[in-house]
Design a protein around this ligand. Structure first.
Ligand SMILES: [Zn+2]
Length: 399
């Protein structure tokens, strides 16, 4: 029997330390969202007592997580002091590990990118990538010497820990998701380390930096070398009991369709993925799509053939996501070029009729992501920062 990734801690019951940490995050989150707030604003917004706010603010200023600004002028009484997040109050590192590339970003407490590195790799195992990760972490730490480093977030293609299915083939990256790997990195860096699948991290990145800003319910279809979906539901990430929610690449969309590495036929990922595009271009599915110039004339026919197969399969995927989740929108993004992703989204119209056809819609049913190609690494780093800032941190972090 497999052990659930989440611990079975009771959901009720608390203690003073837990309440204190929760209140700190409530205060930090309120300031993060508003930009600047005074103690009086915080008391009003959080329903905490003035004394509690005063204590927490003093503590956070002491830790340099908050900055106090020049008092606002008032006609009478004590002038209120605006408070903001100190960007240098904490940093986090995000890695997006792909089949052919590792992107690393350094994020400050306000969520601004302060450093970026890219490494070319080829299906690295954890052991092979470890020296690169350590070198990158060390360089970022030097850049922010003396300032607190909150932790490391690693995002990579799923599925995680699935026996006998899909841990083979050109879109998988087996061997990363074992507790031993994370323990090694934690021990060598003395930092908290979390791991998440790329589509979930991308959903977080898009929520913070892209087209999903302000949305409460969306699905993110992440088209990388393979395919996965990330879910942001009821204003928080949902990644499943074993962090494999959204692993829809191996859902059969074309009965008796193309043979798949997982042993089935007609899986979604065989039509909608970077690997499937490579096949249509006459290149091995384990090659790096980034090595090809897709604007070259010789690739045009292959791209059209791929689109002709990918678009109907994408419609099925969208229909599935809409029916299951009733989202505000489905975002399409990933590591393919914006031109290709744009055509995929454009040509997916008309979509199948579904529960998402409503006159009062605010968003298009399908939209192209806008957070850019660092979205996953940013999302991974942001998960670490949010663990510090968000009262819902337990929903964002896995044990
Ligand atoms: Zn399959």
């Amino acid at each position: 029997m497999q052990t659930p990734s989440k611990s079975n801690k009771p959901t009720t019951g608390t203690n003073l330390e837990h309440a204190r940490m929760h209140n700190r995050r409530v205060v930090l989150e309120a300031i993060r969202q508003a930009g600047r707030l005074t103690r009086a604003d915080l008391t009003r917004l959080t329903s905490l007592t003035a004394q509690t706010i005063s204590n927490i603010v003093a503590e956070l200023i002491g830790e340099a997580k908050l900055s106090a600004h020049a008092p606002e002028k008032t006609a009478r009484g004590q002038p209120p002091i605006p408070l903001s997040i100190n960007p240098d109050g904490g940093f986090s590192i995000g890695f997006h590990v792909e089949q052919h590339q590792i992107v690393a970003v350094l994020l400050d407490l306000k969520g601004v990118t302060r450093g970026r590195q890219v490494f070319a790799v080829s299906y690295p195992t954890f052991a092979e990538a470890l020296p690169l990760l350590l070198r990158s972490i060390e360089a970022f730490r030097r850049d922010v010497a003396g300032k607190p480093m909150l932790g490391i977030g690693i995002a990579l293609p799923g599925p995680f820990g699935v026996e006998g299915m899909s841990a083979v083939g050109p879109t998988s990256m087996p061997g990363w998701d074992d507790a031993q790997s994370l323990a090694v990195l934690r021990q060598m860096t003395q930092l908290p380390v979390l791991m998440e699948n790329d589509a979930t991290a991308a959903a977080m990145g898009e929520r913070l930096y892209g087209a999903a800003g302000g949305l409460r319910d969306f699905a993110y279809l992440f088209i990388g070398h393979g395919l996965g979906a990330g879910f942001y539901l009821d204003n928080r990430l949902y990644s499943g009991h074993w962090r494999n929610a959204g692993e829809i690449g191996h859902v059969i969309v074309i009965p008796n369709g193309k043979p798949c590495y997982c042993g089935k036929q007609g899986c979604l990922e065989r039509y909608v993925s970077g690997a499937s595009l490579l096949e249509h271009l006459g290149v091995g599915a384990d090659q790096d799509l980034a090595d090809l110039d897709l604007t070259e004339r010789k690739h045009a026919a292959g791209i059209e053939r791929w689109l002709a197969e990918a678009v109907p399969a994408l419609r099925q995927a969208i229909s599935l996501l809409e029916s299951l989740l009733d989202p505000e929108t489905v975002l399409v993004g990933g590591t393919l070029s914006n031109d290709i992703l744009g055509r995929l989204v454009e040509e997916s119209a008309p979509l199948f009729p579904s529960v998402s056809v409503r006159v009062e819609r605010q968003q298009e049913r399908v939209q192209l992501c806008t957070a850019g190609h660092d979205c996953v690494a940013l999302g991974a780093a942001a998960l670490v920062v949010l663990a510090e800032l968000s009262p819902d941190y337990h929903a964002l972090l896995k044990d």
